[in-house]
Design a protein around this ligand. Structure first.
Ligand code: PLP
Ligand code: TYF
Length: 389
């Protein structure tokens, strides 16, 4: 019966939120979960989002069902942002999903339906939610080396070597930008080399892009997505707007897929709808409708780009400040997005929690913009002490 269920290993990143919330020390530093914070340590609703929500409230006349595709205009407006020069390619079809997680799940569902014996190659380390999402659809996981924590660099040769041993039809899960948990992104020549192996081995690239605009820039961060689209007939992209529109809990994302023909893509999308119907039927509307209002209005769109650039600038300026403070942290300045990984043991991470009320993931992953400006110096000092120990 239900009482006999075994205990579950719950999401450690989400557990960390609760743990930090429960700490009474006022000076605590929460660099655990990956949400953007400004210099004052807040995660504000974007001004442009408030305005879009106001307009939505005033103009929406019905909350009747929209159907499996959700807000179609939302997905259409994302095309130039995500796909760039491929926006008009009718072999690429997209659909609104409940966040990036919903898109990942649907993408894996589709792959499992099409080819249950495909393996999904994931980098080590990767976002801790990737393996459960793959396992949920019954696909086998294989690993490729990605990052060496002590070195602060990508294990690029080992990565290429592992990918080049994969079988035709296997899936290469890649982070589009702002790698979670390491911050170490492929540069353009590296993307091209990965593309070459993917093409040569007949792999399906599956790109998870949850932080577009948080790294080098909105266009630059889509380089890998667009490169794969230029070279491969079959590509899957799980996209999230939860970070770049700062609407985390509203669950805003999309799944895009490409096959060799518009007909095959439409057929694949029909399977995606079928899988969605089995899980949540239709995506939630509010966040996507608000993002759609922003993207559909030239003034709001340009306001969004300014606020997005503000978030990116803070990320990169905190990175620069950490990198300049200690040669052992210099690698942080060469990375992108909200995360970096410190070469600390789990014991050292726990000691930082106990002695300094600094909450980072057990892996040593920390959110670069988790701390307020006023907390940066204390963070640097505590980390330096931990690295000395
Ligand atoms: N993929 C990565 C790498 C992430 O870090 C996140 C973060 O939450 C997601 C996907 C999914 O984002 P969400 O489902 O909140 O849109
Ligand atoms: O890695 C992070 O911290 C973010 C937030 O199940 C997150 O991606 C963490 C865990 C989770 C969903 C989102």
């Amino acid at each position: 019966g239900l009482a006999d269920l075994p205990p579950v290993e719950s999401d450690s990143l989400l557990q960390l939120i609760a743990l930090c919330n429960a700490d009474p020390r006022p000076e605590k530093i929460d660099v655990g979960v990956g949400v953007f914070r400004d210099g004052e340590g807040r995660t504000p609703i974007l001004k442009v989002m408030k305005e879009a929500e106001r307009r939505l409230l005033e103009t929406q006349e019905s909350k009747s069902y929209l159907g499996s595709a959700g807000d179609k205009r939302f997905a259409e407006l994302l095309r130039p942002i995500l796909l760039g020069e491929h926006a008009d390619d009718d072999r690429i079809v997209g659909v609104q999903t409940p966040g990036g997680c919903g898109a990942l799940r649907l993408g894996f569902e589709l792959l499992a339906t099409a080819n249950p014996s495909a393996r999904v190659l994931i980098g080590t380390p990767t976002w801790p939610n990737h393996p459960p999402l793959v396992r949920a659809v019954g696909l086998e996981i294989a690993e490729y080396p990605y990052y060496e924590r002590g070195q602060g660099s990508i294990r690029f040769d080992a990565m290429l070597d592992a990918l080049s041993k994969a079988e035709r039809g296997d899936v290469a899960l890649l982070h589009g930008c702002c790698h979670n948990p390491t911050g170490a992104d492929l540069d353009e020549p590296q993307w091209r080399q990965v593309r070459d192996v993917v093409v040569e081995r007949g792999l399906i690239p599956f790109i998870d892009i949850a932080y577009q605009g948080f790294g080098r820039g909105l266009e630059e961060d889509a380089f890998g997505v667009r490169l794969m689209l230029s070279s491969c007939d079959e590509v899957i992209i799980a996209q999230s707007c939860d970070k770049n529109f700062s609407v985390y809990r509203d669950r805003v994302g999309s799944l895009f897929l490409k096959t060799g023909s518009p007909e095959a893509s439409a057929r694949a999308m029909a399977h995606v709808f079928q899988r969605a119907r089995e899980m949540w039927s239709m995506p939630p509307d509010h966040g996507a409708a608000s993002a759609r209002i922003i993207l559909d209005d030239p003034q709001l769109r340009s306001d969004w780009l300014v606020e997005l650039a503000g978030m990116r600038d803070r990320i990169n300026s905190v990175r620069a400040r950490l990198a300049a403070a200690d040669p052992r942290l210099a690698f942080i300045g060469r990375q992108f997005g909200m995360f970096s990984m410190l070469p600390l043991s789990k014991e050292q991470v726990l000691k930082l929690r106990e002695d300094h009320a600094i909450y980072m993931a057990d892996s040593g992953r920390f959110n670069v913009v988790g701390m307020s400006d006023a907390q940066i110096d204390r963070f640097i000092a505590a980390v330096a002490e931990a690295l000395d120990a």
